[in-house]
Design a protein around this ligand. Structure first.
Ligand SMILES: Nc1nc2c(ncn2[C@@H]2O[C@H](COP(=O)(O)OP(=O)(O)OP(=O)(O)O)[C@@H](O)[C@H]2O)c(=O)[nH]1
Length: 352
């Protein structure tokens, strides 16, 4: 699931996350490690095939309109027109739609395709190729042994905290020790929610009632280094890009994290709700302008009719001439519903 640099991560079996040291005043102590583990079977044991089935099911609403285009008998302008409408309906956006149609026409010509069913296969190839640059593993571990700091942002309800909880679980079971920072200092429920994930995973959490989110993040990075943690994950409060003061707060968190560790944050991740389609793309642009994102997590691809947004994001990243990988995608609320993004699997699931 991750590309883990440290040797110890490759050892067989699951390293137990280390117990935290005596907690400082601001820290909520994790419960006894005897606490029952969160949910079902470990991801490593969850067959990729079952995940692919869930992905296919999740994308059915998006895919059914697209695949219906290929039920005719001829490859003609009507087919391309219908495909254009279907791609736009799937929130692929005008640029990516035009790009895919042009690319598809070239592929159809080169393959001398004569049946719509062949065109469907060629479209899957075109989508997979467009999405390919989004596929990249998240690298955890630093040559100097310091913690990899992940800063996580997004609008309210996008799935940040849940994603962090799932990632923590996956990381812990890969042998990485994690420390969480509850940088939403204003909403008690948000801290509690992160605290539940910390409890479930038996990892320590730096949290503060009120106060400055940047200060909590600063403390967490220092604590992560002092305690030899492999990963520090900073959960920030949800915000809209239009809330300029809150976007300034995010920038400040990033700056202050940098003060605690000049090479951090090593990843600035935006969590987006795949169900929000083009709106999610607008969020990517706005958060990127404020923070320079290094990666994305797309949640709630279960039951969405807007799965084409990944193509729109790929097109945007292409224009930026920058890799902004989609490290993970989510198709549900269970631990194993968050998995790495694979361009070809996604394209195949979309058109299955
Ligand atoms: N169906 C589905 N639900 C999800 C997925 N990921 C997260 N959720 C749910 O989305 C809801 C919001 O998730 P949170 O993790 O609380 O979102 P957040 O971004 O931290 O929200 P704020 O703290 O308000 O900013 C929760 O009910 C999650 O269980 C997913 O992939 N699919």
């Amino acid at each position: 699931m991750f590309s883990l640099l440290k040797k110890k991560f490759f050892s067989s079996g699951h390293a137990q996350p280390a117990l935290p040291e005596a907690p400082p005043a601001t820290e909520a102590a994790p419960p006894a490690p005897a606490e029952a583990p969160p949910t079902p079977a470990p991801a490593a044991e969850a067959p990729r095939q079952s995940w692919l089935n869930r992905l296919r099911n999740g994308l059915r609403k998006t895919g059914s309109t697209l695949t219906s285009v290929f039920t005719g008998t001829q490859i003609d302008e009507t087919l391309y027109d219908e495909l254009e409408a279907a791609l736009l309906m799937a929130d692929t956006g005008t640029q990516a739609t035009q790009y895919l149609l042009d690319d598809l026409r070239r592929r159809v010509k080169a393959a001398k395709a004569t049946a719509p069913a062949e065109v469907k296969g060629l479209l899957a190839d075109a989508i997979a190729e467009l999405l390919q640059p989004l596929q990249k593993p998240l690298v955890i571990g630093r040559p100097d042994g310091g913690p990899t700091v992940l800063m996580v942002a997004g609008v309210n309800g996008a799935g940040k905290t849940t994603t962090i909880g799932k990632l923590t679980w996956h990381l812990s079971h890969s042998g990485a020790s994690v420390l969480l920072a509850a940088a939403d200092t204003f909403r008690a429920a948000a801290r509690e929610q992160l605290g539940v994930w910390a409890d479930r995973n038996t990892v320590d959490i730096i949290s503060q009632d009120g106060g400055d989110p940047a200060a909590v993040s600063f403390d967490a990075v220092n604590a992560g280094r002092a305690r030899g943690r492999d990963v520090v994950i900073v959960d920030t409060a949800g915000r809209l890009p239009t809330q300029l003061h809150l976007m300034e707060e995010l920038k400040k968190i990033k700056r202050v994290v940098q003060k605690a560790d000049a090479s951090a944050p090593h990843e600035v991740l935006l969590v987006i709700d795949g169900n929000t389609g083009q709106n999610a793309l607008a969020q990517v642009k706005a958060f990127d302008a404020a923070l320079t994102l290094t990666g994305l997590v797309v949640t709630k691809l279960d039951g969405t009719a807007k799965g084409g947004v990944l193509a729109a994001i790929a097109m945007w990243a292409r224009e930026q001439r920058r890799a902004v990988p989609v490290y993970f995608i989510g198709v549900g609320e269970q631990l194993e519903d968050l998995q790495t993004f694979d361009a070809r699997e996604f394209a195949a699931a979309l058109l299955s």
